[in-house]
Design a protein around this ligand. Structure first.
Ligand code: SF4
Length: 380
């Protein structure tokens, strides 16, 4: 079985991006860089949740529901489901040649089977293809007749409450077939690399494409303050500037066609002071007291929960506003939508028993955990 130094779907795709990254992932699984932060955990949760919901759109399947590391058990149960004539299998698991894969959804399409890779994005991306390809490869290695592959993504045209068209399936069979020939060599190369010492891989554009590598702080040299890569919305031009011999913003001359903000930043760094544009006062003239200052936050749900909203629409869900008082001082106003989204959520779960720390719910539909605290002041 594949672990500890075997490959999985995620390891294989990490190795495609960079062998050094894969080596660290495998040999230092407890590395601090691999501990997911809150944002990454939220992305994981969203992906898991979308995967679970997607099963409902290919109904009637058998779920291989065994512990994550029970590779042999999962592969054996998958074989039993196939032999029992399951029309579809969720988390169908296969292992061959030190590679283990779990297929999000495997659908029986006589005379063969189709691999469906579910992605919590709204479009098909190039990096989805190796995911589907390695699954097809390993399943075939076990003797399964795999005749096609789809990538299933969220449909940006779907609007709540009609979620009947929540997903779109892209037939990627031809692309994935085209990748089959390169897989055995790459698998051998990754396995042999993992059996050796940390490989030498220079840094480069592959460190952030198709995914940001968690080990960038280990590999990349410490950059000087105001490095050209810190220019506002100009990161993709950093290599161009370095090639011209410019290391920091101090070095950059005018006339490089920077965006307005980056050009202001360049002038401010070189002058060593804040730049206030001369026309700012003129632009502010129409604003008469009492002024109100509005700050708002938005949320994005992979699966929409409000009428008319689509996957990943950016929805204002909280604001605070400070309005000037005629005699001085500010009035504060605020609003948060937490109660609204709880009440509108179609899969509203029961709230856990209140404790001294409040009560919390984790919604299986929108994958949000919210906590309610009741204090005397709030009650009043
Ligand atoms: S930072 Fe770049 S070179 Fe270093 S491990 Fe990550 S992808 Fe590889």
């Amino acid at each position: 079985m594949p672990r500890p130094h075997g490959l999985s779907k995620s390891r294989y795709t990490a190795g495609l991006q960079c062998h050094k990254q894969l080596w660290w992932r495998v040999h230092e699984p407890e590395a601090p860089e691999l501990v997911p932060d809150a944002g990454t955990r939220r992305l994981f949760d969203t992906g898991l949740h979308v995967g679970e919901v997607a099963r409902g759109y290919v109904p009637g399947g058998a779920l291989i529901d065994l512990p994550h590391t029970d590779y042999e058990g999962k592969a054996a149960e998958t074989q039993r489901a196939i032999e029992a004539g399951a029309p579809a299998i969720y988390e169908a698991s296969f292992a061959a040649g030190q590679v283990f894969v779990a297929v999000d959804i495997l659908v029986c399409e006589p005379p063969g089977w189709r691999v469906i890779e579910v992605k919590s994005t709204t479009s098909l991306k190039d990096q989805h293809l190796p995911d589907a390809a390695i699954q097809m490869y390993v399943a075939r290695q076990t003797g399964l007749r795999v005749t096609g592959a789809d990538v299933m993504v969220l449909n940006p045209a779907c609007a709540f409450p009609d979620l009947s068209n929540l997903f779109t399936r892209h037939d990627v069979s031809a692309d994935v077939e085209g990748l089959q020939g390169s897989i055995p060599g790459e698998v051998r190369s990754q396995l042999s690399m993992l059996a050796g010492r940390l490989p030498v891989v220079p840094v480069g554009p592959h460190c952030s494409k198709p995914y940001a590598c968690p080990f960038i702080a280990r590999c990349w040299p410490v950059l000087p303050r105001h490095h050209v890569s810190t220019l506002f919305r100009s990161r993709n031009r950093a290599q161009e500037f370095e090639a011209l011999g410019y290391v920091t913003i101090h070095d950059l001359p005018g006339g490089l066609g920077l965006n307005v903000q980056a050009e202001r930043q360049r002038r401010a760094v070189r002058a060593g002071r804040m730049i206030v544009e001369g026309d700012l006062g003129h632009a502010l003239e129409p604003f008469q007291s009492p002024l109100a200052f509005l700050d708002f936050e938005t949320v994005q749900f992979a699966i929409p929960i409000w009428d008319g909203c689509h996957p990943y629409d950016q929805i204002p869900a909280q604001f605070s506003c400070h309005r000037e008082r005629p005699g001085g001082g500010l009035d504060h106003f605020e609003w948060a939508a937490s109660k609204t989204w709880r009440s509108r959520c179609p899969a509203r779960p029961p709230r856990s028993a209140p404790s001294s720390r409040g009560s919390s719910i984790r919604c299986r539909w929108c994958a949000i955990t919210s906590t309610t605290r009741t204090s005397r002041a709030a009650s009043a």
